[in-house]
Design a protein around this ligand. Structure first.
Ligand code: NAD
Length: 290
């Protein structure tokens, strides 16, 4: 398949990531279906698009016509078969749970046209752990956007051993068409590229906090004002969500057996008390007044 043959994209999961990925696809000219098992989540995704498009027009970043065209290209449905039935490219962005993704990919394989590429936006689950439930493993790969997907330029395309050169290359081209900066990762490696680097920084930051070297605020300040990072590791954890970070650390510990991979008490405490970060109004920082 050539990029010009990709006309319709389906985004499955309309949460943190999916609502922005689907809007991005519609803005960049693709007929886009956005689906979720939760009607409430879909309503929120729809309200987000309804508010975002006029705000971009007001800022002079879109013309009224571009906003209107994006609106017309973006469809919301709770019905998976309708969402993926005519898709040339499917981007899965559901919860980071392997079983859920495996069941979903088996459904996608039955419902999406045989030529469609089935990509997962997973941050940590490599596509070789999913591809075997489909009859098209060469078309199942990781297409990893960063949060917020409308803003962050990087997209990681991960080519596992089962993925064809054609699928990886098309995904690189698609990412460029979406105005992103893709990187081609030619081996499946836990955490891909950027999250491995971020994890190393976060581990060190958490360790420095645990042994009482500095406050989390000062560690963030050091990263922002000394290394030029847009935000420190604690504020970043708040943005991505401690509810995501905690199970990922546990999963990593289960696979490595290395106690250094276990979340430290300061993270466990926040996780257990629901202080997940920005989305909960509290995490490392307090967002309740925002
Ligand atoms: N949050 C981040 O910063 C971030 C960044 C990059 C990648 N990711 C990855 O993106 C994926 C989604 O993360 P998120 O933060 O958007 O999660 P989220 O919890 O905000 O959204 C997940 C959505 O999936 C829906 N869902 C669950 N099962 C479904 C199914 N079978 N069919 C359709 N919808 C279903 C849920 O209702 C929910 O709305 C994960 O794999 C995560 O690893 C997350």
């Amino acid at each position: 398949m050539f990029l010009d043959q990709v006309k319709t994209i389906a985004v499955v999961g309309a949460g943190n990531m999916g609502h922005q990925i689907s809007l991005l696809c519609a803005l960049k000219g693709f007929r886009t279906f956005c689906t979720d098992i939760s009607q409430d989540v879909l309503n929120k995704a729809q309200s987000f698009a309804a508010a975002y498009l006029p705000s971009q027009v007001q800022k002079g970043k879109l013309t009224e016509q571009q906003a209107q065209e994006a609106r017309e290209r973006l469809h919301f449905t709770q019905d998976l078969a309708t969402a993926v039935g005519e898709a040339d490219y499917v981007i899965e962005a559901v919860v980071e749970v392997l079983d859920v993704k495996r069941k979903l990919f088996a459904q996608l394989d039955r419902m999406a046209p045989p030529h469609a590429i089935l990509a997962t936006n997973s941050s940590y689950i490599v596509s070789s752990r999913i591809a075997d439930v489909t009859a098209r493993p060469e078309k199942v790969l990781n297409l990893h956007f960063f949060n917020p997907a409308l803003v962050m330029k990087l997209v990681e395309v991960v080519q596992g051993p089962h993925v064809s050169e054609e699928s990886a290359s098309l995904s690189i081209q698609l990412s460029e068409r979406l105005d992103k900066v893709p990187v081609w990762i030619r081996k499946e490696v836990d955490g891909f590229l950027l999250n491995r680097i971020i994890r190393a920084i976060r581990q060190e930051a958490l360790w420095l906090l645990e042994i009482g070297v500095a406050s989390f605020e000062d560690i963030d300040k050091a990263c922002v004002h000394g290394a030029g990072h847009p935000m420190g590791p604690f504020r970043l954890m708040d943005l991505t969500g401690i509810d995501l970070h905690y199970p990922m650390s546990m999963e990593r510990f289960r696979s490595t057996g290395n106690p250094a991979d276990l979340p430290p008490p300061s993270v466990v405490e926040r996780y257990l008390s629901g202080r997940y970060g920005r989305k909960a109004g509290k995490g490392w920082y307090d967002y309740s007044q925002e």
